[in-house]
Design a protein around this ligand. Structure first.
Ligand SMILES: Nc1nc2c(c(=O)[nH]1)N[C@H]1C(S)=C(S)[C@@H](COP(=O)(O)O)O[C@H]1N2
Ligand SMILES: [Mo]
Length: 372
């Protein structure tokens, strides 16, 4: 599965499946799931790998993979994992050129993950808040996830962080995964240990996890500080972006989204077309409650059927299908649009705002077809 060329800093493994294949299964098999790497893939041993928990904790911990799987309750969560750059191609072609890998609609996967809760590990380590004695006087701490195994393209290591408050929420379902879809984590997805952050951008889901650090500031890693931010439109090139990196917040939650997977780029000869795709909810506002499809640039919308045959959590994607009657007025070149809504009332906009790095694109899903 992994080729030699993946083992260099200059040319890491980055690939996505055709979105048609992606929507064939509710749980994405590792044989097709997307890969995003900023450096080479380390090959680690589960019997020697150690997770360090340190920083502002009373009891720093060194935990083996065996300890993680036997000394803590095991929890399972099914959720979508999406790169913040998913759909960058649509932003660059529809709005304006951006910087970054040309992801189509397939830099996302939906998997089940299993392992101990981060919360339980932090409770064992005992957080030392410092600062004021009252909760309201305390500044929120950050929890940084780090992998020191390999040098990356822009930094000597890879890391990201999120606020401690999110990590301690029982309903945030954050776990340290030892398993994916009931098998040990695949090497390329972080074997033997990865952090799972439902609702949060893939960039923070650190693979080959070495350390969890409780600290008063965000991760200092390049990918937290100098990438994965929605820069304002005034940042139009690398030079003009420079002053914004320190001012703009790091991306955390992903926006609501949907894409049309089928039909795409086809000539359709039928009076009824079947349209299919996926939709993901915004941050922790899931599940997706509805998807609508339009054949007339958004003037009228038809409700899609959500596939609810699988056990869903609020963090999952939904696969959907719509049957659309084709009238003579539809004939010709058409763009099929999709628009998702979630339980928190979030709905996709027709376009989202252009930003230099082309992250968080969530305008209507779009596919081109020719109806004859
Ligand atoms: N150690 C490490 N973790 C990482 C990355 C990386 O380059 N190194 N890439 C991140 C990014 S940007 C994304 S989108 C996801 C991709 O996860 P996947 O390769 O399992 O699909 O992993 C994240 N975790
Ligand atoms: Mo990413």
């Amino acid at each position: 599965m992994l080729t030699e060329q993946t083992e260099t800093v200059e040319n890491p493994l980055n690939r996505e499946p055709p979105v048609k294949e992606l929507i064939e299964s509710f749980l994405t098999p590792p044989s097709i799931s997307y890969d995003r790497n900023h450096g080479p893939i380390p090959h680690l041993s589960s019997s020697t790998h150690t997770l360090h928990v340190n920083g502002q904790v009373k009891h720093p911990l060194s935990l083996s993979m065996h300890a993680l799987s036997t000394e803590f309750a095991q929890h399972e969560v099914t959720c979508a994992l999406e790169c913040a750059g998913n759909r960058r191609h649509t932003m660059r072609t529809l709005l304006k050129e951006v910087q970054g890998i040309d992801w189509g609609d397939g830099a996302v996967m939906n998997c089940s993950w299993r392992g101990p809760r981060l919360r339980d590990i932090l409770l064992r380590a005992v957080i030392q808040h410092g600062g004021g004695r009252r909760r309201s006087e305390r500044k929120d701490l950050h929890v940084a996830f780090s992998c020191y195994q390999e040098r990356c393209q822009e930094d000597d290591w890879f890391g990201g962080s999120i606020p401690l408050s999110r990590c301690m929420r029982e309903d945030a379902d954050i776990i340290l995964a030892l398993k994916m879809n009931d098998d040990p984590l695949p090497i390329e997805h972080g074997y033997p240990l990865r952090i799972i952050l439902p609702g949060i951008a893939g960039a923070r889901w650190v693979k080959w996890l070495d350390a969890i650090t409780v600290q008063p500031h965000e991760s200092t890693n390049f990918y937290q500080q100098h990438d994965y931010k929605i820069l304002p439109p005034e940042a139009v090139d690398t030079f003009s972006a420079e002053k914004f990196w320190a001012r703009v917040p790091a991306m955390a939650e992903m926006p609501i989204n949907s894409v049309v997977a089928l039909p795409e780029g086809e000539v359709v000869v039928s009076s009824l077309i079947e349209v299919k795709g996926y939709a993901v909810p915004q941050g922790d506002s899931g599940p997706v409650t509805g998807v609508q499809v339009s054949m007339d640039e958004g003037k009228t919308w038809i409700e899609a059927r959500l596939d609810e045959s699988q056990a869903r959590s609020k963090w999952c994607w939904v696969l959907w299908t719509a049957q659309i009657p084709v009238s003579p007025s539809h004939k010709g070149h058409r763009v099929i649009l999709s628009r998702a809504t979630d339980a928190g009332g979030n709905t996709q906009p027709d376009h989202s705002q252009w930003n230099l790095r082309g992250v968080a694109y969530n305008g209507y899903g779009r596919s081109k077809v020719t109806l004859i």
